[in-house]
Every structure is written in C-alpha cells, then in structure tokens.
Ligand binder design. Sequence first.
Ligand SMILES: C[S@@+](CC[C@H](N)C(=O)[O-])C[C@H]1O[C@@H](n2cnc3c(N)ncnc32)[C@H](O)[C@@H]1O
Length: 288
Amino acid sequence: MDREAELAIVRRAYAKQVLASVGVDDPSVEAAFAAVERERYLGPGPWPILRHSGYVPTPDDDPVYLYADVLIGIVPERGLNNGMPSYHAPVIARADIRAGEHVVHIGAGVGYYTAILAHLVGNAGRVTAIEFDHALAQRAAASFSGTANVAVVCGDGASLPFDPADVIYINAGATRPADVWLDRLHDGGRLILPLTAKKILPLGSGNSIMRHGAVFRIERKGGEYLAKWISAVGVYPCEGGRDGASEAALDAALQKGGWQNVTRLYRTDDLPDGRCWLRAPGWALAYD
Ligand SMILES: C[S@@+](CC[C@H](N)C(=O)[O-])C[C@H]1O[C@@H](n2cnc3c(N)ncnc32)[C@H](O)[C@@H]1O
C-alpha cells in the first residue's frame, strides 16, 4: 500500500474516533474530518503538540502524529494553536452547514478548519476565511490558492464587512457579538459565538492567553436571535471583539451558572435583570 492510501485510512479512523468521543453522529462532518489533510495546512513537521508538560515536538515529520485529538502549536510562543478536533466536531455539527451555503470563518489561522468548512459547503458553496495575523493569513492564502470555494482575507473579522452569510463560525474568544456578525447573518443563519472571560493558565504553558468561556449557537429568525449554549470553550482572544463591561458581565454570568437555560440574544438595554443570564451595554443573553 502506498503512503497516501495508508494516510487516508488513518484519517478515516481519526474522524471516526474524534466524532465518537464526543457523541456526534453526523456523516457529513465525519466525511470532512476524514478527507482534509491536516499536514497540508500546518506545514512541514515535526510539529509541537501541547501536552500536560508543555509543547512536545513529534518524533519526526510523519503526518500520522497529527491524526489524534491534540492541540498543535501554530505560534507556540503566543499560545496560538490549531484547535482541538473534539471541540470543533460537535460545534461544527451544531452549525448545520449545508451544501451550497456561504460560511464566514473568523480566526481561520492557517486554515485547517476552514478546509473542513469548505468540504461541508462543497463546490456550490463558499467560505470566506478572515484572519487577523498577517503571516498566518498569508500561509492560509497560499494553501488555498487554486481552491475556488475559499477566499482568505487578512483583517479584523469583528469589524470588516463581508457578504451576508448562512453561517458565521468564530474561532477566537469574544466578550460580545460584534454588530457585523448579527447584521450579516441571513434569516435562518447561524452564528457560532465563543464568549470567553477571565484569564486562565492552560496546560503546560506559562504565557498563554487562553480564557475560559461558553460557546453559543445564535440563529437569526427575522429580527430575532434564538440562542442555545453548545459547550464550554477555552480559546485565544478575538481582537476587536472584546470590551471590559461585557467581560465583567460575562465573568459574573459564568460564575453564577445557568447558561443551559439561555434561549435568546437581545440587542437592547431594556430587559429586566430577572430575565437575563448576562446583561451588558447594548446586548443581553436571556431566558425568553
Ligand atoms: C485559536 S486560534 C485558531 C486558529 C485556527 N482556527 C485553528 O484552529 O487552527 C485563533 C485565531 O484567531 C485570530 N483572530 C483573533 N482575532 C481575530 C479577528 N478579530 N479577526 C480575525 N482573526 C482573528 C488569531 O490571530 C488566531 O489565528
């Protein structure tokens, strides 16, 4: 058997294991994880894998080491990693991405999960990948050159305008939804919104800036926004998507619990406290 055929089997096993570990039964998400080559986006190995003791390089550049449920350092000195497959698989499944849709991916990094999103929308759909860091955006753009359904844009995804989207997949920790994310969501569109608060020290890294938080699925219905908690999240912060007042409100809400009961996002200051899980200037997450 040649090396590519061997790796294709490894990828299929990885996809099955990752989805099974988080109870996701979604053939299209499994097929996307089985098809996309993680090594193509991470560049040549060996690669730094985040272990309990810190980043540990893979023994060599065999891509087989990438097909495990691990965080892989992209810029390890900044704690910036290629995300955990077992975080992304259920969250992507909850975005209900359909062939032909337009997905906006904010915080694309070097593009591995962008490629998974592109696989889900297929050739009839498209992905706009926005990455703040110039060098990472350049690497992603090079990996997608010649890929018709992906456009990479370097900039601040919390303020850059983009074409209206069916799904907006945020991959960095915000403290509030940016106006552009809510405004540019089609009716019926879904926003995946990781909200992160206080600093924590993650596994094995003294200088990381990952934070703890909660990821919500926001679905637009006309002028209303339905909200549902998906999972916990710890992730690199979103430039332009954070403010002190929202961070304080989020921190207090996370400490009191009850995020599972949130049903709606409101863009107003007018809700009574008793209806809110989180109330911050101009917006709230509330119980109906
Ligand atoms: C946790 S990393 C995820 C990278 C990638 N999704 C992955 O898993 O490989 C978060 C990324 O979001 C980017 N980022 C932060 N704020 C951003 C913003 N406002 N617009 C676009 N990208 C942003 C960071 O530069 C970083 O690459």
